[in-house]
Write a protein of this length. Structure first.
Lengths: 528, 124
């Protein structure tokens, strides 16, 4: 019955209704994006500002559409036009703010921002509501056309403020895009693309068309043109945060479904049908509310889990630090000369301790990833020194195993890259650990090649090699069965290594001629 | 004259190990078990380098760093955050407050710690 009603309604639509449909779709989609982003991380300034921008866009879209439909009510039209300018000022302001804070979670605003920009924007937006911009409408014009408004010089303030904020937004985005040389850069690129498309559409179809060509066909669709900006930015914010998006999107789409069931009540042919539909509506509403509550509870539980992990990591590492330092000091002779038997025992303690440290780091990273707390701390550093330290660190493992680990690199060589140093060290350490673990005779050779714009680290071993069947699974997480079958450890190390290197705009891969014929791991990272 | 290094760290066992290693390498080793004591020692002895833990019972290392950077006598001393907290927020806040570097204790060997200290210590 509902489908029949819907088809009848669609058949009755006129072309001008498509404007309404487009603005309606834009408003619904923007509000869903805004809500999803806001709920995903309410403490993030980027997410909060995105929600503000979405709200400003919806208000502008709706008022902009309405302002062309009420030309027969002069006073109402005048106020709607004033409100259009008011909402555009705030839209431009939130766009500027978003490009300023994006993609960080926190931001300290400087004095010029707090004491000049915010009050100035507020004053400018309030000016839009006064007769200094639109004084009045002398004549009634046809619905759907541009009304003949009496425009006063206040409009110059509107033009100046909005232009400055938009130019500032582009400046922020281009600056970020140029400065970032890592995963964050792709986020800025996405937002820049969305902003260019949206502003391009608005300038051409909402400004050049009506003002130069006197064609207002697309003016009412202004809100629809904001969609690329909102969609691209939402995607950029979510690019590395996919945790419970599915749940939130499901919950948000559950509400329009409730709305549909509510509409169906109106079309009920008799009392029995109406009662059934009321029951269906109430049930779906309760399920939607329950779904939302569960998501909020899940978020709260995750926050607690993250807090627990934060302190647990510290508590776990503290005693291990002592064992590691004590073993290192003993082996260096800092506490007196050791007999060969004791030295061997202490070496074994250090090897196990280093394995425990690596495992804690891997599990913490996995948990951080699941909790959406996975972040990169990007700096410029000498990767040659990082590799030297990693090779030094595993010498004790190699000595215990009776294999060699050699680094072929000039002692004074400096190779600066821009990446997360701690994660780069973790990846190199992990591959070195594996190489030693799976090598019984021979050893491991590490080389660094400084190529055009890239650094290539090669870790080659004479160990067990990688079979053709194993190769495609190398950088994937293992199931319990895989782990038991392959005795390869948790399988987390290479899986995380791949995620880290890709996020830092690098590449990691392996080559091997087959079982028993050694393997070569390559890590390629962009240079500064 | 020996280069002075100050460790502000609440774990006395760990301090004892760092003391052995740094003294073996020719440093003058100073230590404090909390922030208040650490600031007092830093003001009096003007070490060339400070290693500062974050999670300490009385005062958080980041608050201690703020005080060190506000004090005329200590603000020029290179201070390294030396902790087992590996979250980005602590790291970013520490660097913003003026730390010269941030080391996770389990990630750095004693040998690297000494090498880094020799390269970065401020000569008195």
């Amino acid at each position: 019955m509902f489908t029949a009603n819907f088809i009848a309604m669609v058949n009755g639509l006129h072309f001008k209704d498509l404007d309404l449909l487009a603005v309606g779709i834009a408003a619904v989609v923007i509000s869903i994006f805004g809500l999803v982003i806001y709920l995903n991380n309410r403490s993030s300034i980027t997410n909060r500002t995105f929600a503000d921008l979405s709200a400003a866009a919806i208000i502008w879209a709706v008022i902009n559409y309405a302002s062309y439909q009420t030309n027969d009510h002069m006073e109402l039209t005048l106020w709607l036009w004033r409100l259009v300018l008011f909402s555009v000022v705030w839209f431009a302001y939130y766009l500027f703010k978003l490009t300023y804070v994006f993609p960080g979670n926190e931001k300290d605003f400087p004095k010029w921002y707090r004491f000049y920009l915010v009050p100035f924007t507020t004053l400018a937006s309030l000016l839009m509501l006064t007769p200094f911009v639109f004084f009045g409408i002398p004549d009634i014009s046809a619905v759907g056309s541009i009304p003949q408004l009496t425009i006063l010089p206040g409009i110059v303030v509107f033009g100046a403020v909005v232009s400055l904020l938009i130019i500032g937004s582009f400046f922020n985005l281009i600056k970020k895009f140029r400065e970032e040389k890592n995963a964050e850069k792709s986020k800025s690129r996405l937002m820049l693309a969305g902003t260019v498309i949206t502003l391009g559409l608005i300038i051409v179809l909402n400004f050049i068309y009506p003002v130069v060509l006197f064609n207002i066909k697309y003016v009412t669709l202004g809100g629809f043109f904001v969609l690329p900006l909102i969609a691209f930015t939402a995607y950029a914010i979510f690019k590395y945060r996919f945790f419970n998006i599915k749940n939130i999107v499901t919950a948000i789409f559950a509400f329009p479904l409730c709305l549909l069931t509510l509409v169906e009540i109106v079309f009920a042919p008799n009392m029995t049908q109406m009662l059934i539909r009321v029951a269906v509506f109430l049930a779906s509403l309760m399920i939607s509310i329950e779904l939302f509550q569960n998501i909020f509870e899940l978020e709260a539980a995750n926050e607690k889990k993250a807090e627990f992990m934060y302190f647990a990591s510290h508590e776990l590492r503290s005693p291990i630090t002592f064992i590691k330092n004590c073993s290192e000091l003993l082996l260096e002779g800092g506490m007196g000369k050791l007999s060969p038997e004791i030295k061997d025992g202490v070496q074994k303690i250090l090897v196990s301790t280093n394995s425990a440290i690596a495992l804690i780091a891997q599990y913490l990273n996995k948990i951080k990833m699941e909790l959406n707390h996975f972040t990169y701390f990007i700096t410029t550093f000498d990767v040659a020194q990082t590799v030297r330290s990693a090779v030094d660190k595993v010498q004790v493992n190699a000595e215990q195993k009776g294999v060699f680990v050699t680094l072929q690199l000039d002692e004074k060589a400096i190779v600066n890259i821009r990446a997360d140093e701690s994660k780069t060290r973790e990846v190199i350490g992990n591959i070195l650990d594996n190489a030693i673990k799976f090598t019984k005779i021979g050893g491991v050779l590490v080389t660094i090649k400084d190529e055009r714009g890239k650094v290539l680290i090669k870790i080659a071993d004479t160990g067990a090699g990688i079979t053709a069947e194993m190769m495609p699974l190398l950088f994937k997480t293992f199931s319990k069965e895989d782990v038991l079958k392959n005795t390869m450890g948790s399988g987390l190390g290479l899986y995380l290594s791949n995620i880290f290197i890709e996020a830092m705009h690098g590449r990691i891969w392996a080559e091997s001629e087959g079982e028993g014929r050694g393997s070569q791991f390559y890590i390629e990272l962009p240079k500064v | 004259m020996k280069s002075k290094v100050l460790f502000i760290e609440d774990d006395r066992d760990q301090l004892s190990l760092y003391k052995i290693k740094f003294e073996l390498e020719g440093f003058d080793f100073l230590s404090a078990c909390n922030g208040t004591e650490g600031i007092a020692i830093a003001k009096e002895n003007k070490p060339g380098l400070i290693f500062l833990d974050i999670l300490m019972p009385d005062e958080n290392g980041l608050d201690v760093l703020k005080k060190l950077k506000k004090d005329e006598d200590t603000k020029g001393i290179p201070t390294v955050l030396f902790t087992n907290l590996s979250d980005k927020d602590s790291r970013e806040e520490g660097m913003k407050l003026g730390a010269v570097d941030y080391f996770v204790k389990t990630d750095i060997t004693l040998k690297d710690l000494i090498r880094w200290s020799k390269e970065n210590i401020k000569s008195s």
